[in-house]
Design a protein around this ligand. Sequence first.
Ligand code: FES
Ligand SMILES: [Fe+2]
Length: 357
Amino acid sequence: MLDVSAYSDEALIDRENQVLFRELPLAIGHASQLPRPGDFITHDASGVPLLVVRRDDGGVDAFINVCRHRGTRVEAAPHGNKRAFSCPYHGWTYGKRGQLVTIPHERGFACVDKTSRGLVRVAAGEASGIVFVRPAPLAEGEDAALDARAWLGPLVEDLEGFGVSSSVLYGARSVDKALSWKLAIDIFLETYHLRPTHKDTIYPMFFDNLGLVDRVGPHLRNVFPKRTINQLAAEPESSWTLRAHANVLFHLFPNTLVLVQPDHTAVLHVWPNGATRATVASYLLVPEPPASDKARGYWDANAAVLYGATEEDFTMGESIQRGLSSGANREVVFGAFEHALGHFHAEVRRHTHARSV
Ligand code: FES
Ligand SMILES: [Fe+2]
């Protein structure tokens, strides 16, 4: 059981923002968004404006996208390629490694030590092609290289085995929903809802209420078999492949979902937008950039199926959110088929040291 306040309490969301969304490694995107040296993306959904840049040596650096003069946003574009980043206000210019290179009319800033006025760094790293950032200024002496592989643990090999590292991003979109970010995650962690909620869309491909859940540290690995898996009984075991006959859904704690499908992967990053709203940024990871209208049409059709199903999910989540304040329920009940939700909320509590409910 979970107290319904978990989905609306302002003090809790403040704590989650301060702990989960500042101190943990957060997946923010995919390596294919910034393949070449000098490629960059900006990212704001965590609540901290970030600038992530591909280094010449192939790694990634991340900075707070705020000028060290008087605080203007330095880079406005969502992505691009640059050798330097120039603040639009007075033109202070920073190099690709964040170092402050140029102060126009520098004689007016005799007291400023340029070496200590670079963009503020945050820890960043990649694992299995996923870009992770910990969006808080580095502590004194803290390493800027984020060990994302250690954070994912054994899931690194799973994701690499499914080709997540070598894929390319396609069809990004972002939607705002009137529900707690935790409700948006809950929706994906059980198949108990599949038949009623997705009756006429994706349910016919799957079994009713059948899924396998593994806890992997704070994360989860879910396997949702499709009806076609029964055909394998007649085929030699050496020819079996899981992804052809099951969806594999990874929950990367706290807020990312990676859904492996037969020939591509879908990623959803769920960002809190206050206690009772969330922004869901999603995209497909496909084997190569689509080179023809036919290829684009194929992936667009896959995206449409995904987004159609997730709209059905979010409709239920928004319905729950609206009902929270009615007084009908003091707590929500998780049944045996919903134990992954219990794990998720226990991890949220463990990390935020919130009162156990
Ligand atoms: S605030 Fe950026 S140069 Fe002045
Ligand atoms: Fe669903």
